[in-house]
Design a protein around this ligand. Sequence first.
Ligand code: ATP
Ligand code: PAF
Length: 288
Amino acid sequence: MTAASVTVFCPGHISGYFKRVDGSNPSTTGSIGAGIVISEGVTATVKSAARSSVLVRNRCADGTIREISRESSPLTYALDQLGVTVAVETICRLPISAGFGLSAAALLSTLAAADHLLDLRLGADGIAERAHETEVLFRTGLGDVAACQGGGRVVRTDPGIHGTILRSFDVDTPVCAVSFGPIRTPDVLGSPARMAQVAAAFPEKQPENVVEFFTCCREFSAASGLETVAVRRVLEECDRQGVLAAMTMLGDGVFACGKRASTVLRSFGEVYPMDMAKAGVHIVEGAA
Ligand SMILES: Nc1ncnc2c1ncn2[C@@H]1O[C@H](COP(=O)(O)OP(=O)(O)OP(=O)(O)O)[C@@H](O)[C@H]1O
Ligand SMILES: CC(C)(CO)[C@@H](O)C(=O)[O-]
């Protein structure tokens, strides 16, 4: 029996440091870097429809709607490329454009749901390839799709979805974050001057454990020109209290891990609780 709708969840991804790598086409273009795949992300429900439509719901922790929108150019583009018409509803609890990789999670969850609903047989690689290429074209991300194919603390040493990705499951839980506002990813990724400073800040040595990961992130954010005054203030307090923390790339915010992290972050704003994700994109409901 064919399902009337399919619901898929994809975790988000917080980048701690990154460097743009330009290839000869969108599939070979991307980033190298490191981050954490997180238990919060995007849930997409896809139904067949005569015309495509998108409804984006951003919810607060208490269930009330923070923001609602009927527009998502990357999703519309990716569905048009597939040549299908579907009604998509996405739900997320973290703020959009704040460094949680939600554009990648929205693309992966929507394409995976459409693939199952319409039996398109794209497979995991076909879905990730289309999501990654859309991210690169719309400048909404470079390495988030590659990271969200699985869980863990991720170190990516090649661009694109087929590169080497080291996953370690060693992050102290819980993970939490505060956000002071968005940073428009396309504005940063589209600026050659900002990308040059980001590239120069890329760490020379790959992190081998969580402490080294946070050290690399901190050195990167300080040298990249991306660190804001609000972020620096939180990071200084985390250092004073012995909490591992770094800037959310690309968002004006901080993520931190360990039992005392949320107590320290609470004095700076709303704390978003999460964990390190153990797995990547997966079907929630509607598998045939
Ligand atoms: N939950 C969602 N559902 C549908 N589309 C989304 C969703 N989240 C993001 N998008 C699309 O991605 C665009 C924002 O991309 P952007 O890269 O700035 O966000 P992000 O991925 O949350 O942040 P970052 O890349 O800094 O981690 C939105 O304008 C929208 O088109
Ligand atoms: C560019 C970026 C920091 C934010 O979307 C992320 O996609 C990455 O690590 O390439």
